[in-house]
Design a binder for this molecule. Structure first.
Ligand code: HMG
Ligand code: MG
Length: 310
């Protein structure tokens, strides 16, 4: 099996969506420019969700249009979309650019009904119905698709989630044409044994032919410092794609509870070091990543000190 591992940095989206302060668009663009020099395979550049729900990313168009300067064919630019309206916004960006600047769109649902309601005002089944026109139109426009499943280990409101429930949602997404499934430990509580149980249940639903097409990504938040151990387990079980966030920023605003703010993602630098130390390879240059991570940490610190609240 290949030793090459794919890295997606989600800091411009997951990293900044939960900040109490809106980061200026030009600083987000600069972060994406720095990330695009690191060798990461994909950057989640922003999110085309309702600005009423996530005001921190209300500047999605401004950011997406400006990052054309950082575009290179070696790095995929992707973005979150919750519905057909979000996809239309992406298609408009691509039309203006004259090429698929954002070549992948990521839809998101959950394995917990309570979280799904809080995050998208919809049941899991309703979110999936919203994806149908997105999938059809994305495929017609030759865009790749990723489907996130949040609360793949536990929900901040419902507690532990059964791996079988995640496996069921994963197969529904796959069956409707979303062939990259991204399993999210939204609140960063997994132990390696939980990851093993999750992956075993999800993989069991895919027969050999499906497994050839299905791609699985692991999206770990890191509340208790166990995410790196979970990465090692997932590598052993065949996962070759992971998300991280520069400087470990991140968190879903709708996963926060009083006294328990949503935790950051595994830092991309820790993720990459863990993968290399385990004997696998990535395309990432750690020095360039250090520069991007330092900038990510700086813009958040500056904004907290001086900015306006979202
Ligand atoms: P809703 O309020 O039920 O639906 O929101 P709506 O259709 O009534 O929309 C409300 C308003 O937003 C309307 O505007 C719409 O036009 C507008 P109004 O008529 O009131 O002026 N609207 C939009 N505007 C721009 N772009 C759009 C769009 N859609 C509607 N695409 C909705 C439903 C899904 C839109 C909302 O719940 C939403 O945007 N939720 C997103 C929440 C979010 O972004 N959460 C964080 C990302 S998920 C995450 O972090 C987890 C992840 O990292 C994995 C993990 O860690 O587990 C991915
Ligand atoms: Mg997340």
């Amino acid at each position: 099996m290949s030793k090459q591992v794919r890295i997606t940095d989600v800091s411009p989206r997951d990293g900044l969506q939960n900040e109490p302060i809106v980061i200026p668009a030009e600083r987000k663009v600069r972060l994406i420019e720095l990330l695009s020099r690191t060798g990461v395979d994909e950057i989640e550049v922003t999110s085309f969700v309702s600005p009423k729900w996530v005001p921190q990313l209300a500047d999605a168009e401004e950011v997406a249009e400006a990052v054309e300067s950082a575009y290179s064919a070696n790095t995929v630019f992707s973005a979150l979309v919750p519905n057909a309206r979000g996809l239309e916004r992406v298609l408009h960006i691509n039309e203006t650019a004259g090429f698929p600047l954002i070549s992948k769109v990521s839809v998101f649902t959950a394995a917990s009904e309570t979280f799904s309601q809080r995050n998208t005002n919809a049941t899991i089944a309703e979110t999936i119905d919203r994806f149908r026109p997105v999938v059809e139109s994305a495929r017609a426009s030759n865009l790749d698709l990723r489907g996130y499943i949040s609360c793949a280990i536990a929900c901040p409101f419902e507690g532990p989630i059964k791996p079988e429930k995640v496996a069921q949602v994963a197969f529904i997404l796959y069956d409707m044409g979303i062939h990259e499934i991204d399993l999210g430990d939204t609140i960063g509580v997994a132990y390696p044994a939980d990851i093993a149980a999750l992956l075993s249940a999800v993989f069991m639903n895919f027969d050999e032919e499906d497994a050839e097409y299905a791609k699985f990504t692991l999206h770990l938040h890191d509340t208790f410092g166990r995410a790196a151990d979970c990465v090692r387990t997932a590598l052993e079980m065949g996962v070759r794609s992971f998300d991280g966030s520069a400087a470990g920023l991140g968190g879903c605003p709708y996963a926060s509870k009083p006294g328990a703010p949503a935790p950051g993602n595994i830092a991309t630098e820790l993720l990459v070091r863990t993968i290399h130390a385990a004997g696998y390879e990535t395309n990432v240059d750690l020095d360039a990543l250090a520069a991007a991570s330092a900038y990510a940490a700086k813009i958040v610190a500056d904004s907290r000190a001086t900015g306006t609240h979202a």
